[in-house]
Design a protein around this ligand. Structure first.
Ligand code: SF4
Length: 276
């Protein structure tokens, strides 16, 4: 059922893993179903948080591109937004001197994954001529799980980013393959100033493990042939912030907001719910 040109991403694989029906609605039939949250609801607060995170990402991208020279946090309409002001101040106070010297913000790579393709869009890729490469990802989530390096290592985002970098990053390393052991993923945590970084290394063994796991997920999604093969999740807490909750008649179930901000260009039909 999947379009042969479909490109997987950490977001779509995560959707498939969390709820096959969400994957089907979003990526197979591409159903636009914007669920406007009720004012004052948890979903509305979450959407505002997602939008605020998107603004911070834009500011940080402009910083690495060298534009504009003035502090973005002083510009309307954001000068009264305390979260944004705090996050920007923490970013501006962060020491980046141990990052590799070449900085490429908002870089997308597409890697082969068996018969499939896998896209990763990095907030920042930092490279040095020796072949040392660091992916940096800006996180505005508030979950303490973000501080757990082992848990972060197991995330699909971590696996997708590091696998894609090693598989498809040679063009940014003078045409030479990037060694897994020379790669790292650093999460910068806007809401944890006492521990702003979670740094995750990589290895050839982890690269192989990630390849096998990601390919199994993609193949599982790719071989399903009708809507019944994409069931609704049994965990209704995942429905609380899902754009399709009214369509699936899964409203009114309390749950936790996603830990990631939306950061996936393939999620073009729905602006809400899947928060970086
Ligand atoms: S509302 Fe629930 S069952 Fe329906 S697509 Fe979303 S997560 Fe899946």
């Amino acid at each position: 059922m999947l379009d042969p040109a479909f490109v997987f991403s950490q977001q779509s694989l995560n959707d498939f893993q969390e709820c096959p029906r969400r994957f089907y609605l979003r990526y197979v039939v591409r159903l636009a179903w914007p669920a406007a949250p009720l004012p004052g609801s948890d979903a509305a607060r979450h959407e505002a948080h997602v939008q605020r995170g998107a603004v911070l990402h834009r500011w940080i991208e402009r910083f690495w591109l060298g534009i504009p020279p003035q502090a973005p946090a002083s510009t309307a309409p954001y000068e009264a937004d305390q979260d944004l002001q705090t996050w920007w101040r923490r970013f501006a106070d962060t020491d980046f001197s141990d990052l590799p010297a070449q900085h490429l913000p908002e870089l997308s790579l597409v890697a082969a994954l068996g018969a499939y393709r896998l896209l990763a869009r990095f907030d920042l890729l930092a490279i040095e001529p020796s072949g040392r490469v660091v992916i940096v990802d800006w996180k505005t989530g508030r979950s303490p799980t973000l501080l757990d390096a082992q848990a972060m290592r197991r995330r699909l985002q971590t696996r997708v980013y590091l696998y894609t970098l090693v598989t498809a990053g040679a063009a940014y390393n003078a045409g030479l393959p990037i060694e897994p052991a020379r790669c790292e993923l650093w999460y910068w945590l806007a809401n944890f100033p006492e521990q702003p970084w979670v740094r995750i290394g990589y290895s050839a063994a982890e690269y192989q493990t990630d390849h096998d796991l990601l390919l199994a997920l993609a193949a599982d999604a790719g071989r399903r042939t009708d809507a019944r093969a994409f069931p609704l999740t049994d965990d209704e807490r995942r429905c609380t912030y899902c754009a399709y909750r009214a369509l699936c008649r899964r409203t009114g179930v309390p749950g936790s907001p996603p830990e990631d901000e939306a950061d996936d260009p393939s999620v073009g039909l729905i602006h809400l719910e899947m928060a970086d």
